[in-house]
Design a protein around this ligand. Structure first.
Ligand code: NAG
Ligand code: NAG
Ligand code: NAG
Length: 387
């Protein structure tokens, strides 16, 4: 009936002039409403059949951008960290360095455990373990045959174990079968694997007051940072490490720093392996975080599918290899998303491509010593091998 109404405007014009003037009768309410609508019926028509559906499509395509842009309205920033200044120069003695931090020096260093959940980042793991090698008592690595999103994966570490002979005497390695629950939140599988990592640490022989590094494979503390923390007394029980944040390679440095990696003085029955905020303290300039720093385009695709935030892969063209290659060289966003910031000013400041950096100063030494092998991580080498 409303349709009929729209198309018989000539007739209803007269009809309305009669009714719309009067306003006493309640029975005429519906008719009066119709009259009011009549005045805007064409605009209403456009609204209903053009703008409304277009908005739905727009929200579907850009919904994430809209919610991210409005983040300052729906989420307040987390409590800021307390920045702990970090002092280092290779020519300054450990005693002096410890005292600059307000800490004493120990007679002998603490034992240090480095524990990671492994997916497929063989290159990052090599660079990490070479960087930390001098100061780590036990390298603890757990890998599953399931990604966090419940996709089956090979035991990549097991398949490449021959490349890691240099840590073999100090390695505690285990595998864990995935649970393969369909449609479950990926954070549940991740939490399940982290609990197993706690058990593996006890098997590896961790004891009270040993240092434990909790971080992802691609969050690499600099070796001098770990050396400082193992030698100094009275360090905080839990401290986060502020890492320089890179995307795709060391050519693209993000402005915001990474903070999730942490170092713990192990306490039996209390320390739990986690990757969220566990302390207010943040030690400045403590290493590197290189996200999506992969050699092959196929590694990007695997990670995009295996990543905990799979809700971000909304469109299959995001997984198109040519698009991924062009995103890497442009320093733009794989998911076409806005930066996660808490003020409009910061969002706008960080929109657009990441500027290129040409500095390869103070990178993990193993990369520079093996530059031919890790060329793709250095500035000016954004083209990836396909396959
Ligand atoms: C560091 O110490 C060595 C030996 O003491 C000295 O030869 C060198 O010049 C020092 N380097 C710097 C940058 O001070
Ligand atoms: C994963 O590993 C578990 C335990 O070894 C095994 O039972 C299961 O069949 C494996 N699943 C896949 C998909 O490989
Ligand atoms: C990368 O940049 C080029 C040139 O500015 C542009 O044509 C292309 O669309 C960009 N690619 C992506 C995926 O943003």
């Amino acid at each position: 009936m409303p349709h009929e109404y729209y198309y018989t405007s000539k007739k209803t014009d007269d009809f309305c002039q009669e009714i719309c003037g009067k306003d006493s009768s309640r029975a005429a309410l519906l008719t009066r409403l119709r009259c009011m609508l009549h005045g805007i019926d064409f605009r209403l028509f456009i609204l209903l059949f053009l703008i409304f559906p277009l908005s739905i499509i727009g929200i579907y395509v850009h919904g994430q951008k809209i919610t991210y842009f409005l983040r300052p309205l729906w989420q307040s920033p987390p409590k800021p960290f307390i920045d702990v200044p970090h002092y280092y120069n290779e020519n300054v003695t450990m005693e002096t360095l410890c005292s600059l931090h307000g800490w004493g020096i120990r007679e002998y260093p603490r034992r240090v455990y480095d524990a990671v959940l492994f997916s497929n980042e063989v290159d990052m793991l090599t660079i990490r373990w070479k960087e930390l090698y001098p100061y780590i008592t036990q390298f603890v690595l757990l890998e599953s045959n399931s990604t966090f999103t419940g996709l089956p994966k090979p035991y990549y570490f097991s398949n490449h174990r021959g490349q890691f002979k240099f840590v073999e005497p100090r390695l505690t390695y285990a595998t864990i079968g995935g649970r393969f629950r369909r449609g479950e939140n990926p954070f549940v599988e991740e939490a399940y694997q982290r609990v197993a990592l706690d058990q593996l640490l006890r098997i590896a022989g961790i004891e009270d007051d040993d240092l434990l590094l909790m971080s992802d494979v691609d969050e690499i503390p600099s070796s001098h940072t770990i050396n400082l923390l193992r030698w100094c007394d009275e360090i905080p029980p839990v401290i986060h490490l502020e890492l320089k944040n890179y995307l795709y390679s060391f050519e693209f440095q993000l402005q915001h720093k990474s903070w999730r990696a942490s170092v713990h003085k192990y306490e039996k029955g209390k320390t739990r392996y986690a990757h969220y905020r566990q302390s207010d303290l943040l030690l400045a300039d403590s290493g590197w975080h290189c996200s999506f720093c992969f050699r092959l385009i196929s590694d990007f695709i695997f990670k995009m599918k295996a990543y905990s935030h799979t809700d971000r892969v909304r469109f299959s063209h995001y997984l198109n290899p040519e698009r991924i290659q062009s995103v890497i060289c442009n320093g733009s966003d794989l998911y076409d998303m806005l930066p996660e910031e808490y003020t409009f000013k910061d969002i706008i400041a960080r929109m657009g491509n990441i500027p290129h950096s040409y500095s390869a100063v103070h990178l993990p030494s193993y990369i520079l010593e093996n530059a031919d092998m890790y060329r793709y991580l250095l500035p000016g080498n954004c083209i990836r091998e396909s396959g």
